[in-house]
Write a protein of this length. Structure first.
Length: 455
């Protein structure tokens, strides 16, 4: 069985719909025109009949017969036929082969009547009008050939024009559907490549067309970008976990071996167990951070955004961390307006992002350093800024530190999991905000940039 392509089927459907609609339009147009032509033909026939009746009334039978003869001499093709019934002489006169007179408009059929010329045909249909006079009856009939010829000419012209238009419509529909079919084929090939494992395949995006397929292709590419990034992150996480968890596991094993050895000499093992518990707590914290980060990035964690007072949030965090900074020999300052500044955000996630930035400042700045938590508002842009005067992050490393488990060489000896800034980046991304790492000269300046709430 022959299977037509979707583009060809669509072109055929469009063409057939056009054919049906144009046929109906032609039928209605021809019917309306035919009605108008017949009405005009009856009007012309009535006018001639009344003209003959007036001549009979004013000039008598002889003048009427002469007028009939004049009409017949000018219409030898049989297009006009006249018959007069004279009551006085009880005779008939004229060329109309009609036995019984009538009054008013009537269509009569004279099938055996033919035109006198070879190039014309008479279909035998006449549109007649009869008038009853005191001294006789007059019937005038005009051939309907003019109506038929006009209808045929109009129909042929209209169908010829519509036929050309139908061909053009069919070609345009086919070309458009072919273009759509090519784009669908491209999308299908991309999906097949993705299914086979090639995550780098992308749909072609046409800059000229902005139709539904264009939008679908953009959304597919966006989805594939996220999918490729997620899989790449998964692969990277697997390697990072194997690399970064090897050291605490090794230390934990060595401590347990030491405990086993010391236990044989009856030495106290409380310190070793305590250190082992600390190592286990660090491992647990690392896995918790990995799980939390994965939930945020994958979207599996339901995030509710609602209007929150960011000024109050910053003040609460400052009140909590200021003593911690002071105890560590560092200083934390706050620069924040006391007025209410509202943004759409998730309170707990945004709180965690700011806390992570302050913990990074505590972890990576030397004693005596200063850290500033500030809030700025410019028109509809709100920025939460955490800046310090510590060693900072080199410009070429600022993109890398947002990756999971990535740590600068001087940070690898600390208790950091390498997930702090990754978690901040994921939270800011879920809020459709912007994260910037800038040079504080000296130190690091981290900006969280939000659009102000419409509420």
């Amino acid at each position: 069985m022959l299977r037509l392509s979707s583009s060809l089927r669509f072109a055929l459907i469009i063409t057939m719909s056009f054919v049906v609609s144009t046929w109906l339009a032609t039928y209605v147009a021809v019917s309306i025109q035919s009605k108008e032509l017949k009405q005009r033909l009856f009007q012309d026939t009535e006018y001639l009949a009344r003209t003959l009746a007036n001549n009979l009334s004013n000039h008598g039978v002889i003048a009427l017969k002469k007028q009939i003869d004049d009409q017949m001499s000018f219409n030898q093709d049989g297009s006009i036929l006249i018959r007069f019934w004279d009551k006085q002489s009880n005779s008939v006169y004229g060329t109309l082969p009609l036995a019984t007179p009538f009054s008013g408009p009537t269509v009569i059929n004279i099938p055996y009547l033919q035109s006198s010329t070879e190039n014309e045909e008479n279909d035998g249909i006449y549109y007649a009008y009869g008038i009853d006079m005191p001294n006789g009856k007059i019937v005038v009939a005009r051939s309907g050939r003019w109506v038929t010829d006009t209808q045929e000419l109009f129909s042929q012209s209209l169908m010829a024009g519509l036929g050309c238009a139908m061909v053009v419509i069919a070609m345009i529909a086919f070309l458009l559907t072919q273009k759509g079919a090519r784009r669908l084929a491209n999308i299908d090939s991309v999906l097949k490549l993705i299914a086979s494992g090639d995550l780098s395949a992308r749909c072609q995006i046409s800059g000229a067309s902005k139709d539904e397929l264009h939008i679908v292709a953009i959304r597919i590419n966006s989805t594939l970008d996220k999918l490729e990034g997620s899989i790449s992150n998964l692969q990277q996480v697997s390697m990072d976990i194997a690399h970064d968890l090897r050291r605490p596991l090794t230390r934990l094993r060595l401590r347990l071996e030491q405990v086993l050895q010391n236990n044989g000499t009856n030495q106290p093992i409380e310190d070793e167990i305590s250190h082992s518990i600390v190592e286990l707590d660090q491992l647990s914290a690392t896995f918790d951070a990995i799980l939390h980060l994965a939930q945020i990035e994958s979207g599996s964690q339901h995030v509710v955004l609602e209007p929150i007072d960011i000024s109050a949030l910053c003040y609460d965090i400052y009140e909590t961390f200021e003593p911690v900074f002071e105890d560590s020999g560092r200083r934390l300052k706050l620069s924040c307006s006391t007025s209410i500044i509202t943004i759409n955000a998730n309170y707990s996630l945004l709180q965690q992002a700011i806390v992570n930035l302050l913990e990074n400042a505590l972890r990576h700045t030397p004693p005596g350093s200063n850290t500033l938590l500030s809030l700025q508002q410019e028109t509809d842009i709100i920025s939460i800024i955490v800046s310090d005067d510590g060693p900072g992050i080199p410009k070429h490393e600022r993109e890398n530190v947002l990756k999971r488990f990535y740590q600068l060489d001087e940070s690898r000896t600390s208790d950091s999991t390498g997930l702090g800034l990754s978690l901040v980046s994921a939270i800011i991304h879920r809020h459709e905000a912007e994260l910037r790492l800038l040079d504080n000269e000296p130190g690091l300046c981290v900006q969280l940039i939000f659009s102000s709430s419409p509420y």
